[in-house]
Design a protein around this ligand. Structure first.
Ligand SMILES: CC(C)(COP(=O)(O)OP(=O)(O)OC[C@H]1O[C@@H](n2cnc3c(N)ncnc32)[C@H](O)[C@@H]1OP(=O)(O)O)[C@@H](O)C(=O)NCCC(=O)NCCS
Length: 128
């Protein structure tokens, strides 16, 4: 799994108990998964369709640095299914894991559209 993004837990990210608010973390994850999908499928019009069970395994506190990891589970016809794990960058302790999130590639009409991709591509290999 490649860990793409780091986040610094700030006061505005906390819940009333003083730990990282789960909704905030899910928003960060959803955005990361969307960006990953947009880049892989080369289409900015993608949506989150389905998320499997979400398991909050440990919390994070103010000042922690966390990192978001993403892996491809499956390239579908119009969909891309991803796996995600967030961990504390210093301790490597897992904060949350989501086994599958299905993102769907849309056409201009807002309906699912085949993306034609079958494997992970690296942006540097597209530039020549
Ligand atoms: C995404 C949306 C267009 C899909 O419409 P739909 O009628 O379910 O489309 P389909 O049945 O053709 O399914 C499209 C793909 O999603 C997959 N899919 C559908 N329901 C799924 C589910 N419950 N779990 C996992 N994958 C699912 C299908 O397998 C298909 O993948 P494939 O083309 O790779 O085989 C529609 O449900 C939608 O607009 N949902 C709202 C999305 C949204 O607003 N998200 C939040 C903001 S980003």
């Amino acid at each position: 799994m490649r860990f793409h993004t780091r986040k610094w837990v700030k006061p505005e990210d906390l819940n009333p108990n003083g730990t990282l608010f789960g909704g905030k973390l899910l928003a960060w994850i959803d955005e990361e998964l969307a960006l990953y999908t947009i880049i892989q499928l080369e289409n900015p019009k993608v949506v989150t369709k389905h998320m499997s069970e979400i398991n909050f395994r440990s919390s994070a506190k103010q000042g922690d640095i966390i990192e978001i990891g993403i892996d491809v589970v499956k390239f579908g016809n119009s969909s891309l299914t991803l796996k995600c794990e967030v961990r504390n960058m210093m301790t490597r302790e897992t904060i949350i894991s989501i086994d599958t999130t299905t993102m769907v590639n849309l056409g201009a009409d807002g309906k699912p559209k085949a993306h034609g991709k079958t494997q992970i591509e690296y942006v540097k290999n597209r530039l020549s």
